[in-house]
Design a protein around this ligand. Structure first.
Ligand code: HEC
Ligand code: HEC
Ligand code: HEC
Ligand code: HEC
Length: 279
């Protein structure tokens, strides 16, 4: 009955968002811990007047760019940012060993991220600000426009060259990746934990006969890789590291910049060597 638990978790999380919206600071630090108040100097997701990034506004509220207690969209937790209507994206060319096929367009949290990061929707476009749907004017030459292509955080609609997103991880995939060893050096960890596993619809055939356990929690809501497997959009920067990257425990990564390899703590949450170790 994993599915029920999952549904309940989602409701609980939703309730937390409501509570947060009604009683901002205190609840927030309880719900998310000290690493995620979006007020720390350099947190680029603080688009309010108190933000210090390139794209801020005269709006005082911090969360409103992404969440609202009322009139929210149902696609995400009390979601307030207007969603992209992009029907399809350019996806990575499948590698010879790749078994999954990403959903196109991506779903769940990846879709929420792309509502700003694909550069098709005005950065300040929200469903509800003071009861009306509006576009908040942004600094940095953006005005009422989208995230500019000049931003290093601009992904656009071509997702090739990025890690796969909107793919499912189930027991069958773990088994099938392990079967590729030793012609590939890395398999999937069989015990990938939340927060690395994020909701997604299916994009890998779950073989119910060979692997009943791999499917029974996957009736409507499946779990796999989304943008928020590797990023938590609320994490405050740690010295030397920005980019909202999750570390070994889901807390901000202390791993500095590129290149990221299979041996790094983030990648090792999912990819382990064929001998079962984090290389
Ligand atoms: C730039 C966009 C953005 C901003 C700003 C933002 N959030 Fe979120 N938030 C998200 C996304 C995307 C999700 C869903 C994915 C996830 O949970 O990581 C989310 C999920 C949540 C959740 C659900 C619980 C969870 O951890 O999954 C809570 C609670 C939350 N946000 C609170 C806040 C609060 C409070 C603020 C303001 C201090 C805030 N957020 C600001 C993007 C944002
Ligand atoms: C409301 C719009 C919005 C949403 C929604 C949003 N972002 Fe962003 N994000 C931004 C802006 C604006 C920047 C800063 C761009 C810049 O400075 O050039 C940014 C920057 C980033 C950065 C770079 C941070 C750094 O310190 O360099 C990452 C990583 C990122 N976002 C990931 C995500 C992910 C993952 C999600 C979804 C879970 C998400 N964003 C949702 C607007 C958004
Ligand atoms: C498999 C893990 C993973 C996934 C999935 C992932 N990212 Fe990232 N992302 C990273 C890492 C690691 C970096 C940091 C690279 C570096 O150190 O320069 C990064 C960097 C970024 C940056 C900053 C780019 C820059 O050079 O400043 C943005 C923006 C971003 N990611 C957004 C997204 C969005 C949006 C998605 C979903 C469409 C996504 N990421 C999915 C791991 C991931
Ligand atoms: C949340 C789990 C997760 C995380 C974290 C993760 N990956 Fe992945 N990765 C996957 C899955 C699942 C696949 C798809 C495998 C397939 O389709 O065969 C994949 C595929 C890949 C592939 C293509 C492999 C192939 O056989 O085609 C590479 C390369 C890769 N990941 C590198 C990384 C790196 C580098 C990191 C750390 C920045 C990382 N991954 C973090 C789950 C993850």
């Amino acid at each position: 009955m994993r599915r029920k638990v999952n549904m309940r978790n989602r409701n609980v999380r939703m309730a937390i968002v409501v509570a947060v919206m009604l009683s901002i600071g205190a609840y927030y630090s309880v719900a998310r811990g000290a690493t995620g108040n979006l007020t720390a100097n350099g947190n680029k997701h603080n688009l309010s007047a108190s933000g210090t990034g390139a794209y801020i506004s005269s709006e005082q509220q911090i969360c409103v760019f992404c969440h609202t207690p009322h009139m929210s969209l149902t696609e995400g937790p009390l979601w307030n940012h207007s969603l992209t209507i992009q029907a399809s994206y350019t996806m990575p060319t499948p590698s010879a060993t790749q078994l999954t096929t990403p959903l196109n367009p991506p779903d769940e949290a990846s879709r929420l991220c792309l509502s700003c990061h694909d550069g098709t929707v005005p950065l300040g476009s929200v469903q509800n600000l003071g009861g009306v749907s509006t576009v908040i004017s942004m600094t940095g030459g953006v005005g009422l426009g989208p995230l500019p292509a000049a931003s290093t955080a601009y992904l656009g609609t071509n997702l090739s060259g990025h890690h796969l997103i909107s793919i499912e991880i189930n027991n069958q995939l773990v088994t099938d990746k392990a079967a590729q060893c030793p012609s590939v050096s890395y398999k999937l960890n069989s015990g990938i934990a939340y927060p690395y596993l994020q909701p997604t619809r299916s994009s890998y055939p779950c073989n119910r006969v060979a692997n009943p356990n791999g499917c029974k929690d996957n009736v409507t809501m499946r779990h796999g890789v989304q943008c928020n497997s590797c990023h938590d959009p609320h994490l405050d920067p740690v010295p030397g590291v920005t980019k909202f990257i999750r570390g070994a425990s889901g807390a901000p990564s202390t791993q500095a910049g590129w290149p990221w390899t299979f041996g790094d703590s983030l990648c090792c949450q999912c990819h382990i060597s064929c001998t079962g170790t984090c290389p």
